[in-house]
Design a protein around this ligand. Structure first.
Ligand SMILES: *Cc1c(COP(=O)(O)O)cnc(C)c1O
Length: 443
């Protein structure tokens, strides 16, 4: 019985259309993934009916025996996989998880440090329009021309401003995060060191990325990126964190509830537990290692075709193409739009020392977690890199006008021309055939 179809045919139809889009296209946004049917089933369960403010065995509502067991299972699995002393699985997503870290470790106005947003950092690491940049004194660090964190600058800023909290982690960074270097700096000034592995959690537990558990006091993550679970967040406190501050686990728990949130999303907690169980299997390790192999293969072929890549490659799950040689500054939109039209989804992104602006950035960011979930390997990455190059050639003669009015008219025309481009439609058909032959639930 299709309950949704009879109750709300409009929404049912849109979900069906989206499901077709997800099957027929190639999803290359590096923060996305496809969850398993088991995760979906837990997500779509009657657990959404329950209120359970508080923590296992310490709830403000009755009827929580089953919910307690679910949350405890999620905690136990996370602790084992990430090798940490304490975990909170209640944050609604990655951003609220990070807010709770500020609340647990800082007072409003305290100095903090994180990677600058246009350099690949996340909003919640102190960017000026984020709560975190408004209510705390943010001293962002940057990357060097090759895209790697400038550790000389991190040292300098840390000594000068004595931040209470230092973040490592990013949304657009092609190297592994050097947690050891951050730890040395944070320890030298007595700061809390938080590793935000939102993007790389899956790689970390598979041994395909440096493990932060020895270095950081706190680890935050989303559960829906490389970890391949439902949309959610987790905050972990390491043994090192408890040694620095024996109260840290309680401070984090109190910051999440009652500090920032009300009742936890129990259906999400259950789906997180399922995802963590899946991530504990040998097949997940293989999966996460293949993500990195695929990213390297993709980078290699993109470069071979003629693209310039930030850092000349990839050490994790994503690549950043610097499109200045193709379109001049601000050309990320052209390739994002044309590829979207051809069936490849990725996002425009700033590059180190961005010569244009965050809204009209000069690069695109693309990754392999979703393609790898569908069972694709190096051979397929090569093919996809070739399509991306072909699309870039089709729109090669574009550049972004500096004049604002001209720009709007130019982009309007670009969209119109792209929408009716026959060569792009041909590639779209090829990609549709190709993508449809790889199942979404492939593992
Ligand atoms: C995605 C991401 C987050 C935030 O996650 P949301 O679930 O979108 O709130 C936080 N930090 C980093 C580094 C991320 O990449």
């Amino acid at each position: 019985m299709n309950y949704l179809k009879s109750a709300d045919p409009e929404i049912e139809k849109l979900i069906k259309q989206e499901s077709i889009r997800q099957k027929e296209g190639l999803e290359m946004i590096p923060s996305e993934n496809y969850v398993s049917p088991a995760v979906l089933q837990a997500m779509g369960s009657i657990l959404t009916n329950k209120y359970s403010e508080g923590y296992p065995r310490k709830r403000y509502y009755g009827g929580n025996d089953n919910i307690d067991e679910i949350e405890l299972l999620a905690q136990t699995r996370a602790k084992k996989l990430f090798n940490v002393a304490h975990v909170n699985v209640q944050p609604y997503s990655g951003s609220p998880a990070n807010l709770a870290v500020y609340m647990a470790t800082c007072s409003p106005g305290d100095p903090v440090m994180g990677l600058n947003l246009p350099d690949g950092g996340h909003l919640t690491h102190g960017w000026k329009v984020s709560f975190t940049g408004i209510y705390y004194k943010s001293h962002p660090y940057h990357v060097k021309k090759d895209g790697r964190v400038d550790f000389d600058e991190v040292w300098k800023l840390a000594k000068k401003y004595k931040p209470k909290l230092i973040w490592a982690g990013a949304t657009a960074y092609v190297y592994q995060y050097e947690f050891d270097k951050f730890a040395e700096i944070a320890d030298s000034i007595g700061a809390y060191f938080a590793a935000d592995i939102a993007h790389t959690a899956g790689l970390v537990i598979a041994g395909a990325h440096i493990d932060p558990s020895k270095y950081a006091h706190i680890i935050t993550t989303t559960t829906h990126k490389t970890l391949r679970g439902p949309r959610g967040g987790m905050i972990m406190v390491t043994k090192k964190g408890l040694k620095k501050d024996p109260e840290l686990a309680q401070k984090i728990d109190r910051a999440v509830f009652p500090g920032l949130q009300g009742g936890p999303h129990d259906h999400t907690t259950a789906a997180i537990a399922v995802a963590l169980k899946e991530a504990g299997k040998p097949s997940f390790k293989k999966y996460a290692k293949q993500i990195v192999k695929n990213s390297k293969a993709l980078a290699k072929q993109l470069i071979k075709n003629g693209f310039r890549l930030v850092g000349s490659g990839s050490e994790n799950h994503l690549c950043l193409i610097d499109l200045v040689p193709n379109f001049g500054p601000g050309g990320g939109f052209f390739l994002q739009y044309a590829l979207d039209h051809a069936g490849i989804t990725l996002n425009k992104n700033t590059i180190p020392r961005e010569p244009a602006s965050p809204f009209y950035p000069s690069g695109v960011r693309l990754g392999t977690p979703t393609l790898t979930t569908r069972g694709m390997k190096e051979k397929e990455m090569k093919k996809i890199a070739d399509w991306i190059w072909q699309v870039a050639q089709i729109i090669a003669n574009n550049s972004l006008p500096e004049n604002k009015e001209k720009r709007i008219a130019y982009l309007k025309n670009f969209r119109r021309e792209t929408n009716k481009n026959k060569e792009l439609s041909k590639i779209k058909n090829q990609i549709k055939r190709f993508a449809s032959s790889y199942p979404i639930f492939a593992w």
